[in-house]
Structures are given as C-alpha cells and as structure tokens.
Ligand binder design. Structure first.
Ligand SMILES: NC(=O)c1ccc[n+]([C@@H]2O[C@H](COP(=O)([O-])OP(=O)(O)OC[C@H]3O[C@@H](n4cnc5c(N)ncnc54)[C@H](O)[C@@H]3O)[C@@H](O)[C@H]2O)c1
Length: 93
C-alpha cells in the first residue's frame, strides 16, 4: 500500500537516510524543511516523481495544516541540533 508521508525536517541527517528508503518502498514523500544548514542532502532523490520538497518552517500552522490534510503519516524530525547551543547557553542553569 502506497502512503503519503510528510517528513518535517526531512533534509537533515535522519531524513537523508529515511526519505530515499521510503521512496524505494513506493511511498509518496513530502519533505518540509527550512534548510537551516543550507544542506543538499536530498539531491539524490530530487527527480523522483513521488518526492516533493517544501522550503518552510514546520512551526507555522498555516504551512503545516494543508500538508497534514493530504498526508497519511507524519514523521517529525525538524529540530535544531545540539551543536547550535553556545558555551554560554550550556553553562546557564
Ligand atoms: N541523529 C540521531 O542519531 C538521532 C538519534 C535520536 C533522536 N534524534 C532526533 O531526531 C530528530 C532529527 O535528527 P537529525 O539527526 O536528522 O537532525 P538534523 O539536525 O540533522 O536535522 C534536523 C532538520 O530539521 C530542519 N529544521 C530545523 N528547524 C526546522 C523548522 N522549524 N522547520 C522545518 N525544518 C526545520 C533542519 O534544517 C534539518 O534539516 C531530532 O529531533 C533528533 O534529536 C536523532
């Protein structure tokens, strides 16, 4: 059975592994990512007809709501990695 899968933060480390596998299983995959790191990790699948990528913020209801309405499954991976925490932030209580 082919599912429509929304992967928020899908251009990150886990998404770049997971998304090609999901496409390989025959699912339709939409990635919503704000490309925090200017990464091109999904270049290998960008021509797949079952793949769609949207550059946007997963925190915005007006962005996410229409994507949720057409998705069977949501995989939420959007996050800021720990490497963004500065020394002064990590030292605070
Ligand atoms: N990598 C691991 O081994 C691991 C293990 C356990 C849990 N996790 C969790 O899984 C999630 C994903 O991990 P990862 O390693 O792929 O992280 P990552 O930092 O490589 O990827 C996160 C992605 O989220 C995107 N992003 C950040 N804020 C966003 C926003 N507001 N809207 C849209 N996209 C946004 C970034 O551009 C990036 O592509 C994280 O929550 C992480 O804590 C990761």
């Amino acid at each position: 059975m082919s599912l429509s899968i929304l992967v928020t933060g899908g251009a990150g480390y886990l998404g770049s592994i997971m998304v090609p596998d999901l496409l390989g299983l025959g699912h339709k995959v939409t990635v919503l990512d704000n490309f925090l790191y200017k990464q091109n990790s999904l270049a290998p699948v960008c021509r797949d007809p079952n793949f769609q990528v949207i550059n946007g913020d997963a925190r915005l209801a007006e962005t996410v709501a229409p994507l949720l309405a057409k998705s069977d499954v949501v995989i939420p991976l959007g996050s800021r990695s720990i490497s963004w925490v500065t020394a002064s932030q990590s030292a605070s209580p």
